[in-house]
Design a protein around this ligand. Structure first.
Ligand code: UT7
Length: 322
């Protein structure tokens, strides 16, 4: 059987850092409130002229280098993002062109914060079907450009960044199981109110900003992330004690702690980057993965569960031997 395996990882974070103390000067908030309610201490923010594809290219170069892969070997690009440069062409084609990757399928996937998990699961399927042999998968978000900077309920939460992986076939696992889900009945709890065919005239006005019912999102996130983790482990016949690492979506430290508790997993086995990055939506899981790979915590052969949850709602998980 052919498995797919992550051969290398990379990340990019914009140069500009905004701390909670900086935010105290912009909206009626405090470092103490943000830290205790969310776990966030700082976040990176794109420059005015910096785009999601700029971040994707930088993260991809790191992943290609760490996997020892050149552009001409890549035969598929899948990018999860809700903040692409353009409505079309899709972001994967922009990144393909800039990296000099030869003609191949290029897919932009929109699943809010679950975008990277959806993208990785897609790459896994193409590799297992022998329809791709070297896939560039990215989760990236320039989400601070979708935020209302006068709304303290949302502007303190988010940050920008990109995380990338190279996925290749392998005789041994690799990705062991992927679980994806979505339930559109929750569409009004977390959304961005402007699209190409809907209220486009509001783009660039105060009405175009992320809308979120934080408390409701919180509740569904905790129960869904707990359930998807358990379902994934059960489907793979893995006991939770066998897990080396949980790499959850980094939206709120309290959601992460609640998920770890439901899994009886000590926080020492959870990769946390929410303090440094804030909620980077689709970039959050690959940023956390790359951070932990590069600082030596996540090692080859270890059992890793990644999971995410976001607008839609969408959710998903990937269980893998790194
Ligand atoms: O990535 C996709 C998924 N997104 C999420 O998972 C986000 C899920 N939700 C959350 O993380 C939390 O609900 C928030 C961090 C957004 C909010 O935390 P909370 O503990 O649910 O606070 P709350 O919304 O219940 O607000 C509590 C109080 C309110 O004041 P009153 O009504 O009690 O007087 C808010 O107005 O905190 C106030 N508040 C703030 N105060 C200072 C809200 N935002 C702020 C702020 N600074 N930035």
């Amino acid at each position: 059987m052919t498995y797919s395996k992550i051969a290398g990882t990379g990340r990019y974070l914009p140069e500009k850092i905004l701390t909670n103390f900086d935010l105290e000067k912009i909206v009626d908030t405090t470092d103490e409130w943000i830290r205790t309610r969310t776990g966030v201490e700082r976040r990176h923010v794109c420059a005015d002229d910096e785009t999601t594809s700029d971040m994707c290219v930088a993260a991809a170069k790191e992943a290609m280098e760490s996997a020892g892969v050149t552009a001409d070997e890549i035969d598929m690009v899948v990018i999860g993002t809700t903040s692409p440069d353009l409505i079309f062409p899709n972001i994967a084609t922009l990144v393909q062109h800039r990296l000099g990757i030869p003609a191949c399928p290029c897919i932009g996937m929109e699943a809010a914060c679950t975008g990277f998990i959806y993208a990785l699961s897609t790459a896994d399927k193409y590799i297992k079907a022998s329809e791709a042999s070297c896939v560039l998968v990215i989760g990236a978000e320039c989400i601070t450009k979708l935020v209302d900077w006068s709304d303290r309920n949302t502007c303190v939460l988010f940050g920008d960044g990109a995380g990338a992986v190279i996925v290749k076939p392998s005789d041994e696992p690799g990705i062991m199981s992927c679980h994806l889900g979505a339930d559109g009945q929750y569409k009004d709890l977390l959304y961005y109110p402007v699209g190409a065919s809907n209220k486009l005239e509001k783009a660039g006005t105060d009405e175009a900003a992320i809308m979120m019912s934080g408390r409701d999102v919180f509740k569904v996130a905790v129960s869904t992330l707990g359930d998807v983790a358990s379902d994934t482990l059960n489907a793979a016949g893995i006991d939770k004690e066998e897990l080396d690492w949980l790499i959850p979506h980094q939206a709120n430290i309290r959601i992460i702690q609640a998920t770890a508790k439901r899994l009886d997993l000590p926080m020492e086995k959870v990769i946390l980057t929410v303090q440094d990055h804030g909620n980077t939506s689709a970039a959050s899981v690959p940023l956390a993965l790359d951070t932990a790979v590069r600082d030596g915590r996540v090692k080859r052969g270890q059992l890793v569960l990644m999971e995410a949850f976001g607008g839609g709602f969408t959710w998903g998980s990937v269980l893998m031997r790194f």
